[in-house]
Design a protein. Structure first.
Length: 172
């Protein structure tokens, strides 16, 4: 059972490939678990691969997960999504994923992952990549982390300031 999220808790996007090697999926699951244990909500594209693994980790730790789906059918969401939002927008839904988030953790993926990370930076949102091969350099301003634990710590540090200032939440 997921706990009810606070509207003032950080919402972190987890992005990555819709198919990925087992090592990346384990890392994504650890990211989801770490975010849930820290009280953050997780937003993603809601489908398989990195998205499902991150949601599985968050769900298993009692976290709240949001899947912003490319199609029109909410039943397409992976089974660990708490709140499925069908958009009918295809890849254009990637913008909604990063717009809904306070920060982004990027795991290895393909061009969709790169476009999401670039959009997040364009919007002024922090991006932390989990990479052992220099992927952070592909997105100017992204920060590299060597592990899920480090990525969660870094993104929460980077989003804490904007959250405590009430940015993007209509608070005074």
């Amino acid at each position: 059972m997921s706990r009810r999220p606070s509207p003032f808790a950080p919402c972190i996007a987890v992005i990555g490939g819709s198919s990925a090697p087992a090592e990346v999926l384990r890392e994504a699951e650890a990211v989801g678990r770490g975010l849930a244990l820290a009280g953050a909500s997780l937003v993603c594209g809601g489908l398989g691969g990195v998205m499902e693994a991150a949601c599985r980790g968050a769900h298993g730790a009692g976290g709240f997960t949001i899947g912003i789906l490319p199609g029109e059918d909410r039943t397409e969401a992976n089974r660990f999504v708490t709140c499925a939002i069908p958009t009918g927008l295809g890849h254009f839904r990637n913008f909604l994923v990063v717009r809904a988030a306070d920060g982004v953790i990027a795991l290895p993926g393909a061009s969709g992952t790169l476009s999401e990370a670039a959009m997040a930076r364009t919007l002024g949102k922090p991006v932390v990549t989990i990479s052992r091969d220099g992927e952070a350099r592909l997105v100017p301003g992204a920060t590299a982390a060597a592990s899920a634990t480090e990525a969660v710590r870094l993104i929460l540090e980077k989003t804490r300031t904007s959250h405590s200032a009430g940015e993007d939440h209509g608070e005074p």
